[in-house]
Design a protein around this ligand. Structure first.
Ligand code: B12
Ligand code: SF4
Length: 491
């Protein structure tokens, strides 16, 4: 079938600091192509809705699939699905991805016939089966497929091996638009899938049912070697949990003499437990690291079930500094914070050399706190569920909350400017501009227009057309956590 896969527009965060290739959609595209379909991919982080209309007109796809990893993209996806159906009435329109997997029946209902199916879970195995069924019948028999009536007969399938298919990077156009900070341009790569921890605010573990799988070191190194971009973002939730796996990939990269710059995300305790694997990657070009610290105090860490301590976090920062890594830290802002708590965080952020990133505590489907958070949601507007907006009551008046948030975020921006200044001194920015790479340079100056209290407050005043379901409040004990899973452990 002529199939067009679409990644929706970027969200607030990716207007400044990064814009990354849609790896999941590229993997689904590769699987569909391997099954004999003619596939195109359009990434709306880089292209416009007008480009999509043109593509529909020229390519006349028989199937259009949307990647919905982010809740905030649901309204755009439903509207685009409706438009596709209007323009191409016979076209099979479907969606898949992280967030939509948790609320598939609800989204199908809201799409009111514009979506023919939602595929829950990983797409590589099931997407080809879905298209086959769209042509020959039997949609309901496809593992993970939720059909227009909201039913799902078969549980989603986990991929046996992550080694294949390799993402169809040749289908993403304007790849020079993908970057992360000073890694401009940057591609993305996956070494592992899943997370064995179970933080209460996160849905990475519930999606994969707490499974953890690894790409073989040879396949990983071959993939790195096939990537043209000099920068590489490793998308793993927690990089190098198994040091022997990280080491084995490093050995293959060394053997092939590959030289790139890397950015990864990991946990403080993982870094402290196995510094040698991070040091080895440092020699291979690992320069940037994102550490999800989440809270500065014991109580906060316990509340999020982070299973670590403030002491571990601080030691990890010291170690990363010693290694010469540029580190960005994430902290979660609770909407209950008052001005004093913001001041404390600002003071702390100014006292450390790291870039400090803030996200707002957000209960969303797939997380445990979606069920357990006792505060009532103040909004169910999908667009505000991007962890940059407050969706439960704030103690400060809402506008004041955003003023404090933005003031604190700007500490991060000043550090970012510091990185920019350093980059300029080192000639990195000049080199980017010389090669026509303007993403990083542009991002530096956009902060104020993206992060401002008027805009964030104003986002709450927009007309709401699509809303999240009402949370089903209940306590979630160790046994109940399994009910949150999309994938079950066994195949
Ligand atoms: C890498 C990543 C990013 C990258 C995004 C790269 C990109 N352009 O897609 C960056 C760093 C930019 C990012 C940013 C954000 N992220 Co993010 N991100 C991830 C992460 C860690 C891995 C995603 C990934 O690439 N995995 C590897 C690929 C191969 O898997 P995949 O994309 O899930 O695709 C598979 C399936 O989902 C499915 N599938 C995917 N697309 C499609 C399409 C079709 C048609 C079908 C059938 C199937 C299908 O099949 C694929 C193959 O199996 C996930 C956590 C996780 N483990 O999933 C969080 C996650 C998706 N991010 C999250 C969040 C909150 C954000 C931000 C909003 C954070 C912020 N501070 O603002 C931003 C917004 C991004 C934006 N849209 O602009 C949340 C989602 C929350 C939600 N419910 O909306 C997650 C789940 C993390 C979490 N801790 O809870 N993120
Ligand atoms: S926050 Fe990080 S460590 Fe915790 S469950 Fe999510 S991915 Fe795993």
């Amino acid at each position: 079938m002529r199939t067009l896969l679409v990644h929706p527009s970027g969200l607030m965060y990716s207007e400044i600091f990064l814009r990354l290739e849609p790896l999941g959609v590229e993997r689904v595209a590769a699987a569909l192509r391997a099954a004999g379909h003619e596939v195109r991919l359009l990434d709306l982080q880089v292209f416009t809705h007008e480009d999509l209309r043109r593509e529909l007109q020229e390519f006349r796809p028989e199937a259009v699939g949307f990647g919905v990893n982010y809740l905030a993209n649901v309204p755009e996806t439903i509207d685009l699905a409706k438009e596709v159906k209007r323009r191409l009435p016979g076209c099979f329109v479907f969606a898949g991805g992280h967030s939509v997997s948790f609320i598939a029946a609800h989204v199908l209902d809201q799409a009111n016939g514009a979506l023919d199916a939602v595929l829950r879970g990983e797409g590589e195995v099931a997407a080809p089966l879905l298209l086959e069924a769209a042509r020959d019948g039997g949609l309901g028999e496809v593992p993970g497929a939720v059909t227009a009536d909201g039913t799902c007969k078969k549980v989603p399938l986990l991929l046996d091996s992550l080694d294949a298919p390799r993402p169809a990077r040749d289908l993403t156009r304007r790849r020079h638009k993908y970057f992360i900070g000073v890694l401009d341009p940057a591609a993305s790569i996956e070494f592992t899938r899943g997370c064995p921890w179970d933080c209460s605010f996160c849905s990475a573990w519930t999606f994969y049912g707490r499974t953890y799988r690894k790409v073989s070191p040879e396949a990983a190194a071959e993939e790195i070697a096939s990537i043209r971009e000099p920068g590489l973002f490793i998308v793993d939730d927690v990089a190098f949990i198994k040091p022997e796996h990280g080491d084995a990939i490093a050995a293959e990269v060394e053997r092939r003499g590959i030289r790139k710059e890397y950015y990864l995300e990991t946990r403080a305790d993982v870094l402290l437990r196995h510094p040698e694997v991070f040091e080895r990657w440092r020699r291979l070009g690992l320069n940037y690291m994102f550490l999800g610290m989440e809270a500065l105090d014991e109580e906060g860490l316990d509340r999020y079930r982070k299973r670590t301590s403030p002491d571990t976090n601080i030691k990890a920062l010291e170690l990363a500094r010693k290694m010469g890594l540029t580190v960005a830290i994430n902290l979660i802002v609770d909407p209950a914070w008052d001005a004093r708590q913001f001041t404390l965080v600002r003071e702390w952020a100014l006292s450390v050399p790291e870039i400090v990133n803030l996200t707002v505590m957000t209960p969303y489907p797939g997380t445990e706190i979606w069920h357990t958070e006792s505060r009532k949601l103040t909004t169910r507007d999908y667009r505000l569920f991007d962890i940059q907006h407050a969706v439960v009551p704030t103690n400060l008046p809402l506008y004041e909350f955003y003023r404090e948030l933005v003031k604190t975020q700007s500490v991060m921006n000043r550090k970012h400017l510091g990185v920019a200044a350093a980059a300029q001194t080192l000639g990195i920015m000049g080199r980017h501009l010389w090669h026509g790479q303007t993403n990083f340079a542009r991002s530096i100056w956009k902060f104020r227009s993206v992060y401002n209290a008027d805009r964030q407050y104003g986002d709450h005043l927009r007309k709401v057309r699509y809303e999240l379901p009402v949370p089903d409040h209940r306590s979630v004990g160790p046994a109940g956590r399994k009910e949150l899973y999309i994938h079950e452990r066994q195949r």
